[in-house]
Design a binder for this molecule. Sequence first.
Ligand SMILES: Nc1ncnc2c1ncn2[C@@H]1O[C@H](COP(=O)(O)OP(=O)(O)OP(=O)(O)O)[C@@H](O)[C@H]1O
Ligand SMILES: [Mg+2]
Length: 324
Amino acid sequence: MRQFEQMDVYTPNTANGITNARDKLRANQILSRHNIALPATTFVRNRADLRPAIESVGGAPVVIKLLEGTQGIGVILAPTVKVAEAIIETLHSTKQNVLIQKFIAESRGRDIRALVVGDRVVAAMRRVASGDEFRSNVHRGGSVERVELTPEYEQAAVRSAQIMGLKVAGVDMLEGNEGPLVMEVNSSPGLQGIETATNLDVAGAIIDYIGNQVAFPEIDVRQRLTVSTGYGVAELLVHGDADLIGKTLGESGLWERDITVLTLHRGTTVIPNPRKGVVLEAEDRLLCFGKLEEMRSMIPERRRRRQKVRRLPKEPIPVSDVAS
Ligand SMILES: Nc1ncnc2c1ncn2[C@@H]1O[C@H](COP(=O)(O)OP(=O)(O)OP(=O)(O)O)[C@@H](O)[C@H]1O
Ligand SMILES: [Mg+2]
């Protein structure tokens, strides 16, 4: 991938994004850290942790997934805790790692695939499992239909793709009672199925997107912004007790300290190029460019390490104690 970048060939999906998306466990961790709603999921290695893990995602029935499964193979619905334990133990004994996931019953054998290109969903379909099957994969006999997504589903899909660092992605979501639950973000989604189901020219949308992007090639922003000595980028968090709260960006004094706020992250929303009048709230995260020295003073000091190790006894330790 690197070689290609250096050859000046534009790739919409970075090597990093692809690597992260391929690893189900890693993808889960990245998405949940960014407050994307996912089905409750855990991962265990030890037998002793199994039962509490299953209970922690809501008990049986429970979904078990092989980390490297595909096309629905390796996705099992275990009806009871006992059966779940037996299956997981069997898989562990053959050195296969699994995810344990809450069974989203209300999704009733259906899932949504949204095809994200850039910052929008260009096509979406619903896959419906056949008969009493809970897996909606086409390879498991599922059928597909075109679907119009609500903004809530579109946003979940676009944000998930962006968080994973993917400009082209297939985002799979279950339809939970409280809205979309992201199951997976695919970095090389198939196009044929969704084009047939929706009658839309998805490949064309991808080509148009790439055409527009080559005018703005990716640049390593951090590297470019740190070429002037003493300057760099940092994320500053507005702490709950900070005197910045309630002040506007203009009143914050940041600009006077040679700090420019590039973006403001508030919960799941992002305000690019925030203006002077924006009022700061607790837990806002400010992505800043400025004098490192000034920004360092705004980052709370790390908790100090415990100062001393236990003092050694003056007398030599009796041999009998050492042995026990
Ligand atoms: N937690 C869950 N609750 C209800 N249904 C689920 C759940 N997880 C998966 N399913 C159903 O099982 C199908 C297959 O699951 P999943 O997409 O995770 O595996 P896969 O298709 O084998 O993997 P990949 O999508 O990486 O190829 C989903 O499309 C969905 O219909
Ligand atoms: Mg799938």
